[in-house]
Design a protein around this ligand. Structure first.
Ligand code: GLP
Length: 242
């Protein structure tokens, strides 16, 4: 099963082995995977190697641990740890998933009161508004409406955001380094429009997030209002005692 002569590290091969069992339905959601000890016996490798593979699969959201009970298969809910600033495409890539978007709207328009205040610009100045359905494996996960100051990223609307990452374009084409963000969360019921785009039943629970992302000079760059499917996404915050 494992190829000891392969250039692919053993822990990588073990990850592939477990993922294969998940994808082929041998390991179904919420069932326990064999213990590290039995996997190491079964595969003929050290427990340390198995542990490394399992740790990474937990980090990537494929597995989760129940203390005292074992390690279980995740049910496809995406669990994002809130300790680093990442974009959607990057978050999904970390999990070995490919994200794409359906662009509902992209264009320049005058900043509303809220957008102007948040981005610290005068009301009415031009902002780019990008409204996207964020998808993974063709499934809608979130609806995001981003507003960006036109002066910082002129003509950004020419890019095809159904395939491209906004953060990649900001970094690579406009040299904008995003450094931190402030997010507020609110749980509520989906509006009819949100439910339609996210393929949810009317009034389903969703997680609404407002985010302002700042560049290294503390200047706000984007203001985003997003709505995440409550059944597909959860956020875990890392709290450290100070
Ligand atoms: C996340 C953030 C958004 C940000 C987006 C960028 O979803 N909540 O504020 O605009 O990532 O994602 P991407 O780089 O994939 O376009």
């Amino acid at each position: 099963m494992l190829d000891m002569n392969s250039s692919q590290p053993l822990y990588e091969q073990i990850k592939q082995h477990i993922l294969y069992n998940i994808h082929t339905g041998k390991f179904t959601p919420h069932t326990r995977i064999p213990s590290e000890r039995s996997l190491s016996k079964q595969l003929g490798v050290s427990r340390l190697t198995v542990n490394k593979a399992i740790k990474e699969l937990i980090q990537d959201g494929w597995l989760y641990v129940q203390i005292g009970k074992g390690t279980f298969i995740n049910d496809g809910t995406i669990d994002q740890e809130l300790d680093t600033l990442t974009g959607f495409t990057e978050e999904m890539a970390k999990r070995g998933q490919r994200a794409d978007s359906y662009v509902l709207e992209i264009g320049v328009q005058p900043a509303s009161d809220t957008v102007a205040q948040t981005l610290r610009i005068a009301k009415g100045l031009p902002v780019v508004r990008l409204k996207r359905i964020r998808r993974v494996n063709n499934q809608p996960i979130a609806l995001e409406t981003s507003s960006l100051i036109v002066a910082l990223c002129p003509n950004i609307e020419r890019y095809d955001f159904s395939k491209l990452s906004l953060y990649d374009i900001l970094r690579n084409e406009y040299d904008i380094r995003l450094v931190y963000a402030q997010q507020t969360f609110e749980s509520r019921r989906a509006t009819d429009d949100e439910a339609h785009h996210l393929k949810l039943k009317k009034g389903s629970p969703i997680l609404a997030i407002a985010r302002v992302t700042y560049a290294d000079n503390d200047a706000p760059v984007e203001y985003v209002e997003s709505v995440y499917r409550g059944d597909k996404y959860k956020f875990t915050a890392i709290l450290r005692r100070i």
